[in-house]
Design a binder for this molecule. Structure first.
Ligand code: NAD
Length: 329
């Protein structure tokens, strides 16, 4: 078994890759993994083992058809994580989101089609559904994405579905809620707040902090992706939720408590443009069909995540430094 993982040097893709290499997915203990990653500001080679007999690392772009046609033959499956992933960046400048998330997905699927890849999982997000005041989204819900990031992911989902429907690619789509865990880039809410607390700098809380997200540990998300890879049906979408809804204020409160700090550290800043109020997934399909259930208790997972950032300042300081340098150039 040989699997190509796009975006495998990022937060979630690297967790999936490390777990595969550690033999964490039954039946895939011998799988060889090729990581294809462009190494944008979000990619970090330190997220993966420096050397491993079952790992091949390739720096490259999912928009590069020639590279993909060269690389893909011999692979049995593709798990597609690569994306521009930060909503704020998409609000500031959306072009790269369309290029990578839409164009890159189409290019990858075209290459999969031409090289006869047997199985594909396209990793998407709950943000494609928009915002929901009450109740939860099933997979049948219409796509009403609000940010350029979410719109680019929704577009990619439709392209992916079309490659299944038109060409018969054996492809499934996952739509997951907000992830947290170690190795998440410090531009995202939880690592940003934890690392700011560790540095003694203010926590910029958007608006009134009442926006609600459903939080899931990265390990649970990756296990769901693996279940879908191994047993998901072609052409189907699987929601992956945590069932753990928290306002941004709740998250802030928990992080302040875990870091022995108080609300004097918090600065209320102008709300994100078009900020979705609430996300909530109905995940009964993946539970019923594939036996999925999240395992990581939120309080425990969050405490362990905070401890990881406390123990690994070299990792997040380098990431913050790299991002600051990129932002200046
Ligand atoms: P990330 O930003 O940490 O990692 C993205 C990776 O993709 C990076 O390593 C980057 O270098 C790579 N990449 C970017 N453009 C590329 C290109 N053109 N070619 C090849 N590689 C490229 O993102 P993440 O948080 O790990 O998210 C991974 C996937 O999961 C994304 O598709 C995202 O939409 C989805 N997702 C994320 C969350 C979340 O909470 N983080 C939730 C649901 C779904």
């Amino acid at each position: 078994m040989k699997i190509l993982v796009t975006g495998g040097a990022g937060f979630i893709g690297s967790h999936y890759t490390r777990t595969l290499l550690d033999g964490g997915y039954p039946g895939y203990e011998d799988a060889h993994v090729t990581v294809l990653d462009k190494m944008t500001y979000a990619g970090n080679r330190d997220n993966l083992p420096a050397a491993h007999e079952r790992l091949t690392f390739v720096q490259g772009d999912v928009c590069d058809l020639d590279l993909l046609l060269d690389l893909l033959p011999g692979h049995d499956a593709v798990v597609h994580f690569a994306a521009e992933s930060h909503v704020d960046r998409s609000v500031a400048s959306a072009a790269d989101f369309v290029l990578t998330n839409v164009g890159g997905t189409q290019t990858l699927l075209e290459a999969c089609l031409r090289t006869g890849i047997a199985r594909i999982v396209h990793v998407s997000t709950d943000e494609v559904y928009g915002t929901i005041d009450e109740g939860s989204w099933t997979e049948q819900w219409p796509l009403r994405p609000n940010s350029p990031y979410a719109a680019s992911k929704a577009s990619a989902d439709l392209i992916a579905r079309s490659y299944w429907r038109t060409h018969g690619l054996d492809l499934s789509i996952t739509r997951c809620s907000n992830n947290y865990g170690p190795y998440q880039h410090p531009e995202k809410l939880i690592p940003l707040f934890v690392t700011n607390l560790l540095e003694g700098t203010p926590l910029p809380l958007y608006g009134d902090g009442r926006n609600i997200r459903e939080w899931l540990h990265v390990d649970d998300h990756c296990r769901a992706v693996q279940l879908v890879l191994a047993g998901g049906r072609a052409g189907e979408v699987y929601n992956v939720g945590g069932g753990n809804e928290q306002t941004n204020r709740d998250i802030t409160e928990r992080l302040l408590g875990l870091c022995d700090a108080d609300w004097s550290q918090v600065r209320h800043v102008a709300d994100r443009k078009g900020h979705d109020l609430r996300y909530s997934l109905d995940e009964s399909k993946i539970r019923d069909e594939l036996g999925y259930a999240p395992r990581v208790d939120f309080a425990r997972g969050l405490a362990e995540t905070v401890a990881w950032y406390q123990d690994n300042p070299y990792w997040w300081k380098a990431a913050k430094d790299r991002t600051a340098r990129t932002a200046r150039t």
